[in-house]
Design a protein around this ligand. Sequence first.
Ligand code: PMP
Length: 376
Amino acid sequence: MLLTQKLTYLDHNATTPLKPEVRDVMLRLLEFPGNASAIHKLGREARRRIEEARAQIAGFVNAGPKAVIVFTSGATEANNLVLKGSGCERVLVSAIEHPSVLNALAAREIIPVLSNGVIDVAALDQMLEGNDRATLISVMMVNNETGVIQPLDKVVEIAKRRGALVHTDAVQAAGRLPIDLQKLGVDYLTLSAHKIGGPQGAGCLVLSNCVSVTPQISGGNQEKNMRAGTENLAAIAGFGVAAELAARDMGGYQALAALRDRIEAELKKIAPAIRFFGQESPRVANTTMFALPGAPSETQLIALDMAGICVSNGSACSSGAVRASHVLKAMGASEAEAGSSLRISLGWNSTEKEVDYFIQQWTEMYNRIKSRVSAA
Ligand code: PMP
């Protein structure tokens, strides 16, 4: 029996289980020897599969005929590619970005965030007053910890007025919200396969009509000279299929809101002191992040892990470390709140039964530490 069959997996914002259709396509291609740059039949077939995936992803984000999609090893690389390669002198990133945006450049300016988890657009506008330098703004579409949807339309409006380019990390929006690159009017957009039922190790940067990037990896002329290296055929083909499936499954995704709301209502009944982050803001349907001072993240994580439940205390990108979340701190959460946070993220195969089991196990954990919570 697979390990996952015995576990309750509620950590879809960290990574999603591979969809069976994606797995089937990938398994077939893992045995396929063609290099997409080769001239012969097998090379041409590999190229065809990669171009098919490119078209599937272009359709998924309504990229339009002039956009260019550059495949990368994941969203981290795509984010680095645009932040380091846009050629802009000034780069502004929001305080709640993923570390692959926040840490890509030392010399970046930080756009603050309000306590409701939404970036402060008035502050952004002010930061760009009188700006006459080539500028890139990077604001994510949906935050990976809170699920809060960011006001990209306002960001784009400010950027156009102030003459700046816009990049959005749409990793956590993909499959959760419809994405329309042409309507959004952003210049660059990042996606990752493993957040939409695809494999880990594949992602892309979508470039709109008028922009390009300087490659950060030199070598052959793959990906229109913007990312050298033999394309990861199986992963890219899997990414394409995952994108197509995610577009089709969007309705099912919205239904997760009922399960997420049930978790929040039940936990609030059990522990009235609990605080849900960004609850008053527009959020995607699958995510809830909460804090309960007196119930340290480690305690909650370990108790749930022992019961076979997989959840996180924020971003999974700190290599297994239980660290206070930079997102919550940016939202003005106290140390006690940031240190007692937990994120539940549901996904394509989450069930009501799993949610019930989570609530039951969390309640048992809470009853064991109740006295510490009320003293906090
Ligand atoms: N951006 C966001 C918002 C993410 O949630 C993640 C994954 N945690 C990444 C970027 C990095 O993606 P990848 O794992 O494909 O490098």
